[in-house]
Design a protein around this ligand. Structure first.
Ligand code: AMP
Length: 280
């Protein structure tokens, strides 16, 4: 496995693959790798080409009062995990390598970023769009893999790729959960044992919503209220949203008639968690 810390080094590492006409598959991450990330690596590996994992805690996607400095970082453990998972190239640049102090360009995907997490994390999706575009241009992959855990991010990147004719296949991968349902997240490391227990209410609320849909409830307000009540019953009071949105456009729906996504963002203690499930 090659580890590249500069743009020049990762491009050089990929030159050989390109010369041999091997495909290149990119898994962008912020590190603190867990089984969710590794499921994306597996999906990439199944394509049989050269698998690149980027590890970069991207400062531009964190708000001033968010957890950029506290975000878990453990490059050595991440490199071991990548080696064990059969990754070919890890790109782990410094902030200075990625961002020139005098940069002027922003990338803004409208509409799909305006709801759900958008209003609660101003600037977040612009930061993601910028870093992902840069990673795409640095690595020039055939395909890139993103988790449905960050559903809004996945939808935004699909739009970005389409709107900018990037010619990169965007592959969405299912959410990996703990046996008790908690979606894996690097931020779960912040939770105390008691908070982790309370955090289970998020998936419980989503399941409750999905169960109601399966039993014929189509009204979004009723579904949203049921999810909210499930959270409140577990003493989860700091709720950013319990929403029912169109699976493709992320527009709020009044009635579930096409594929939709039930989505929740809530704070457990000081840890903001998100999760979602798809309903048909
Ligand atoms: P992050 O390091 O949190 O930026 O995540 C990197 C990628 O891993 C993103 O595409 C996430 O959606 C994906 N990911 C994170 N957690 C999970 C999970 N539990 N299941 C599937 N994918 C995930």
């Amino acid at each position: 496995m090659q580890v590249a810390q500069t743009i020049a080094a990762v491009r050089e590492a990929l030159d050989a693959a390109r010369r041999e006409a091997r495909r290149i598959d990119l898994v962008p991450t912020m590190g603190a790798l867990h089984a969710g990330h590794l499921s994306l690596v597996d999906a990439a590996r199944r394509r049989g080409g050269c698998v690149v994992v980027s590890i970069f805690v991207n400062p531009t996607q964190f708000g001033p009062r968010e957890d950029y400095h506290a975000y878990p970082r453990n490059l050595d453990a991440d490199l071991d995990a990548c080696r064990a998972a059969g990754v070919d190239v890890v790109f782990a640049p410094s902030v200075e390598e990625i961002y020139r102090p005098d940069r002027q360009t922003t990338i803004h995907v409208a509409s799909v970023t305006e709801r759900l997490c958008g209003p609660h994390r101003p600037g977040h999706f612009d930061g993601v769009a910028l870093v992902v575009t840069k990673l795409f241009n640095i690595v020039r992959p055939h395909a890139a893999y993103f988790g449905e855990k960050d559903y809004q991010q996945l939808v935004m990147i699909r739009r970005l790729a389409r709107d900018l004719d990037l010619d990169i296949e965007i592959v969405g991968c299912p959410i990996v959960r703990e046996p008790d349902g908690l979606a894996l997240s690097s931020r779960n490391a912040y939770l105390s044992a008691a908070e982790r227990q309370r955090a289970l209410a998020i998936y419980r609320a989503l399941q409750k919503g999905a169960d109601l849909v399966a039993r014929g409830q189509r009204q979004a307000p009723a579904l949203e209220a049921a999810m909210r009540n499930e959270l409140l019953a577990a003493q989860v009071f700091d709720i950013d949203y319990t929403s029912v949105v169109d699976a493709e456009t992320l527009a709020p729906v009044e009635r579930v008639e096409r594929p939709a996504v039930l989505a929740i963002a809530a704070r457990i203690g000081r840890t903001r968690l998100i999760d979602n499930v798809r309903v048909e």
